[in-house]
Design a protein around this ligand. Structure first.
Ligand code: HEC
Length: 180
């Protein structure tokens, strides 16, 4: 090996070192890792604890009173024939079907029909079937009474619920006064 060869080898090592240094300098500048403030993948119940109680709050329905004031019992009767008659009768003394007879249910207690095999979800409810209680029930039976046997998803329209409640109320020996 003459000195020329030794020089070449030394130069090669030197150049390789410089290239490596420059390359790592450039790559350090190109790739800047960003610290995530929140986890990129949201996992229920992990992190952001402040959001959890808000999500658990029940949906607040708009008050049904103003809708009841303008409600149509006749429209409600048509709705009920379409939506409820597969499971309920409405005439006084009517028989139970899949669900109880609903004559006079408004203002009556929960589980109002004698002898009907209600779920514990309905039997456990305190108080009477007020307009507000029926509003929540008909909006989402399974939210109002988790575990209920009423297999009905609910009525999303405020107007339609008000019409149905107005009809149920009129279908009684002692209708309650509707809000003005
Ligand atoms: C698929 C059958 C089914 C349909 C459809 C249905 N219901 Fe029911 N309903 C039931 C059953 C079953 C119960 C008893 C629930 C329980 O015990 O958990 C019930 C209970 C009720 C109660 C409570 C009665 C009481 O004595 O406490 C009301 C009020 C009621 N339904 C109204 C309606 C209205 C109004 C509709 C239509 C918009 C409707 N249901 C549609 C099956 C049904």
């Amino acid at each position: 090996m003459d000195s020329m060869e030794v020089n070449k080898a030394a130069a090669a090592v030197l150049v390789a070192g410089i290239v490596f240094m420059v390359a790592s300098l450039i790559s350090d500048n190109l790739v800047k890792p960003v610290e995530l403030k929140t986890s990129a993948i949201k996992i229920e119940g992990v992190g952001a604890p402040a959001a959890a109680p808000a999500a658990a709050k029940p949906v607040a329905l708009p008050p049904i009173g103003p809708f009841l004031a303008k409600a149509s019992a006749a429209a409600g009767e048509a709705d009920v024939k379409k939506l409820c008659a597969a499971c309920h009768t409405f005439n006084e003394g009517g028989h139970a079907g899949v669900g109880p007879n609903l004559y006079g249910v408004v203002g009556g207690p929960h589980a109002h029909m004698q002898g009907f095999n209600y779920s514990d979800a309905i039997k456990g409810k305190k108080g009477d079937w007020t307009f507000d209680a029926l509003n929540e029930w008909l909006h989402s039976p399974s939210t109002y009474a988790p575990g209920t046997r009423m297999g009905f998803a609910g009525i999303s329209s405020e107007k339609e619920r008000a019409d149905v409640i107005a009809y149920l109320n009129s279908n009684s020996a002692k209708p309650l006064p509707l809000p003005k």
